[in-house]
Design a protein. Sequence first.
Length: 113
Amino acid sequence: QVQLVESGGGLVQAGGSLRLSCAASGSIFRNMGWYRQASGKQREFVADISRGGSTNYADSVKGRFTISRDNAKNIVYLQMNSLKPEDTAVYYCNAPTIGGSFWGQGTQVTVSS
């Protein structure tokens, strides 16, 4: 059974940092990524990474967030620096497949001004 379990969210002041982790079990995914959903808004893409290490970022997080993965442990990370209040959202781990996407349960990130 496939599971994606996120951790690392919390409350941080603007300018601070957090690192999110997503542990995958039950399968090995070619690509994994992070999405976020702020209250009252649609879920949006944040970043993704291939098994080979190629990355993509949303313009809003470029230069501040870094996605990485440990293939041996099947974990993907999102290092978030210089956080802004507008980064406040529930962050979801995502693993797309041909048959559909797997999602984690989400972890709340709150950035206070």
